[in-house]
Design a protein around this ligand. Structure first.
Ligand SMILES: Nc1ncnc2c1ncn2[C@@H]1O[C@H](COP(=O)(O)OP(=O)(O)O)[C@@H](O)[C@H]1O
Ligand SMILES: [Mg+2]
Length: 345
């Protein structure tokens, strides 16, 4: 097949995305596809008169590699490079239309909030992962929790505040976790142990969004469960060497111990798998996704924190590790995701 791997984009996580996009592209090429890695924001210049179909033949078998720079991208400087002020780069949709399928390797922002999916759906372009509806539901942690609670899936109790018109009531959980409603990668999240820390945590979350969640801190071990084709993969336990699973502990090599398959009883494994499959169904998530949980240390029940519609996809990311534990290697995983993606009419 001719495949566009869509990565980068206008997001603080663009470098992580370009790095995993390169690895996905190389993997798909090993499986015999012609692949173009396209930056969703910067796009690609194509000479006048060139048929984009031919690019898969001329460029589609080069090895990709991308090293994540040490500094985060300068978003203001990047914005100046926008093609006609759009978040979608020059020729991006033209290349996507020319492909048999678009592999979504974006992280954060428009890759996960459903915007890009909505554009591809409107263009009748086949793509991997969840539809725009699933992305919208999963990106919003307030909506996610309300839908899951209505289906009897345990979620942390708490409140959602619109800081433009509400302030924190005296009655609130403590210890608690303060988080922006629609970010990822633990951005803007603080764990709060006493009232003194609370205002600073709210200020931190507000940097990113006016809508914030203040929820009870669930004490216990943390797990994540990948879903592939509606079925749970073996769960992975996440043990940060210090602090909680924040941005640094997510992306700094060696900062977090990851145990897969997680050491759980057969009964616990069945329970977390059943809950994860249900979360994916309730939120209408697609071919693959990953659901985060904490096993409450006294209640012995799994609390769902959130769902990830475009989980990390380097060979060492959580979901590929879980797939490996189920006997599905990285190349087979990428190929399976392509194969299972729904056809367009
Ligand atoms: N209610 C909670 N209780 C305990 N820890 C939490 C809670 N909510 C979040 N965390 C911690 O913060 C991390 C990030 O929170 P999460 O809701 O998964 O957002 P993100 O989209 O940023 O990954 C989790 O992996 C967990 O370590
Ligand atoms: Mg998470």
């Amino acid at each position: 097949m001719n495949i566009v791997v869509l990565a980068g984009g206008y997001s603080p996580e663009r470098d992580v995305s370009l790095s995993s996009g390169s690895l996905i592209a190389n993997s798909l090429m090993r499986s015999g596809h012609r692949v173009l890695l396209v930056d969703a924001f910067l796009g690609m210049e194509i000479d006048e008169g060139v048929n984009p179909h031919t690019l898969f033949r001329s460029l589609g078998d080069a090895e990709y590699s991308y090293t994540i720079p040490e500094v985060a991208p300068d978003m203001e400087a990047l914005k100046k490079l926008a093609y006609r002020g759009s978040l979608v780069g020059h020729n991006v949709l033209r290349l996507c239309r020319a492909a048999d399928i678009v592999f979504m390797a974006l992280h954060g922002a428009m890759g996960e909030n459903g915007q890009m999916q909505a554009i591809l759906e409107a263009e009748n372009i086949r793509f991997t992962g969840s539809t725009h509806v699933g992305c919208v539901l999963a990106m919003d942690k307030d909506i996610t929790k309300k839908l899951l609670a209505a289906e009897g899936i345990p979620v942390a109790k708490g409140l959602t505040l619109d800081l433009r018109k509400e302030s924190l009531p005296d009655e609130h959980p403590m210890p608690c976790v303060v988080k922006p409603c629609s970010c990822g990668s633990s951005v803007g999240i603080s764990i709060v142990h006493d009232e003194a820390e609370l205002q600073q945590a709210i200020g931190e979350a507000k940097k990113y969004e006016d809508l914030i969640l203040v929820e009870e801190k669930i004490p216990g071990r943390e797990f994540s469960v990948g879903i592939l084709d509606g079925k749970a993969l073996p769960p992975i336990e996440i043990i940060p060497k210090c602090g909680f699973y924040d941005y640094k502990n997510k992306y700094q090599a060696g900062a977090t111990e990851e145990i897969c398959p997680a050491q759980l009883t057969a009964e616990e494994r069945a329970r977390i798998g059943e809950l994860a499959e249900k979360v994916a169904r309730v939120l209408r998530l697609g071919t693959y996704c990953r659901i985060d949980f904490i096993l409450h240390e006294t209640e012995h029940e799994f609390y769902c924190l959130e769902a990830n519609t475009l989980p990390g996809m380097t060979p060492n990311s959580l979901l590929p590790q879980e797939a490996r534990a189920a006997g599905i290697g990285y190349d087979e995983l990428c190929e399976t995701i392509v194969r299972l993606s729904p056809e367009v009419e």
